[in-house]
Design a protein around this ligand. Sequence first.
Ligand code: WT7
Length: 632
Amino acid sequence: MQQSDWLSQKEFSLNESNAFWTKEAEKLDWITSWKTLQSGSFNTGDIKWFEEGELNVCYNCVDRHLDKYADKTALIWEGDSPDDYKAISFDTLHKQVMRFANVLKKIGVKKGDVVCIYLPLILEAPIAMLACARIGAIHSVIFAGFSPQSIEDRVNDAASKFIITADGGFRGGKKVALKENVDIAIKNCPTVEKVLVVEHAKNDIQLEHGRDYLYHLLANEVGEQCDVEPMNAEDPLFILYTSGSTGKPKGVVHTTAGYLLYASLTHREIFGVRENDVYWCTADVGWITGHSYVVYGPLANRTTTLIYEGVPCYPAKSRFFDIVDKYQVNIFYTAPTAIRALQAEGDEAVLANTSRDSLRVLGSVGEPINREAWYWYHDKVGKSNCSIVDTWWQTETGGIMISPGFAHKQKPGSAMKSFLGIEAAILNKDTSKEISGALSAHDYGALAIKKPWPGMMRTLWGDHERYMDTYFNVYKGYYYPGDGAYRDQEGDIWISGRLDDIISIAGHRIGTAEVESVIDSHHAVAETAVIGIPDAIKGEVIYAYVTLERDSIPTDQLKKDIIAWVRKTYGPIATIKVIQWTDELPKTRSGKIMRRILRKIAHFEEAQIGDVSTLADPECVPALIEGRIDYR
Ligand code: WT7
């Protein structure tokens, strides 16, 4: 799309939004047409799209392409070792999904059941997701880097009876255990009845009779035909857990029609996908990016989508771009943290031996892309021939909400424009009023969305009240994502970061409360408060203030133990850079930890701490500054 076309589309999408969404929805294949386009509101929290319509997501991603494109490559898998790779056509994908779906039925999965998926990035991951969608089961993908505790929390929250896992995976030349993590988790998951194990790494694993089944054995016992289940537009397609600023992870629920429509539309328009493109989004299917822009969006658009099991710099520093050259990738979508990590390895090692001439569009997601990384991505990776497409969105939004898109001019660091059909506002944080004029990086407001869109989540699994309180009761009449933003003189949007207690480590959202409860559960620890501090590669990492139990001795070894404990209990993504011992945390008289003060101290901004008279013991502040560790 040219920019002028995009502008007229944008106008149409906002002025005649019903006609716009109707036109887009007609691009999907429906079994029964919908009766009501949209109902419900942000105030009542009962949003529905395409009521009474029926369709099947798997059919839309696979079956409908078979007529003319059966032989087109649907998925390319590149293993951890460059010698391991496979490509499958839409026809083969169709057959494998049907077989997988029949195996799910055989172990007792029924429409509406929640199936947890804990797999490495192998072909069976998208196949399992599509198989669930085909028979109307709700998948809940758990990132394979998560710990047994995280599996346990997610399985129990959704009372899931089924887990799909693998005997292991490969990352950077090493084998990763997966089934063992499931075995540990399952001890505390009373609802689990069946575990399906895909063979991949040939790890030694234990199988429990009557509970654990090897996929390939069952696959031989079932047929290759499996009809699609007609699903209501509003039936849940999947649950995906994401961190909140307090408490346990939230089970974000996405539904069938609205989600698929929004994922496919944004994928098509924002990246400007063409028929013969090879498209590679580096996200794992354990995150929303992997759901919307590895699996559902691309496949609904019959785009060839690539998945890579390994890590960016193995066996060579140039691995990412070796893969780009090997498959002639046209669209590449990754995160600023990966861009910065590659940049830090040096151009010689990362870029010199690759051509990257096939690239046309370079996407970025997860956090604001800093100027330095933007220019390296644009000038070096893309040789100044590609558009850089920043994309702001969230697990909750289902798809990209703010992005320059390939049709726009380039503005390093700005996410720029709300997408077709989406109206964004910036609110004054104190008065809740919309700000129409320009602001600056130091004077941002709260980002908000003004009207329902098809791809938005409909609820949090089992906790609709938390859904309302977190997203709709903060600023009445608006969807509040928790981010700050400002508009520049030209009306372009810049995202300034989270406004709540969420730390973004390598683009992954981590709730301070979750990490604190893990550190608190260490036997030597009495109390903890964690803060995000800047990191050149990961964006943010953790600065932890820890108060020990009276009889514990503060040693460097204990710091190492606590860091290892968090890696094991939460998962390696929770990177702790600094632990500062403290006898006391700053608290109000009612016992609330004053994070604001801890943040100022950890950021070396003690001059701005301001009034501490509301603290129960103001004397703890100088002691905290005194004991601060200089990580800079
Ligand atoms: C949070 C959502 C969307 C998939 C990846 C993360 C931050 C995401 C950007 C961007 C600035 C961004 C926001 C958002 N974020 N993309 N392009 N520019 N910030 O999904 O785990 O749900 O996290 O990531 O803070 O709220 P998520």
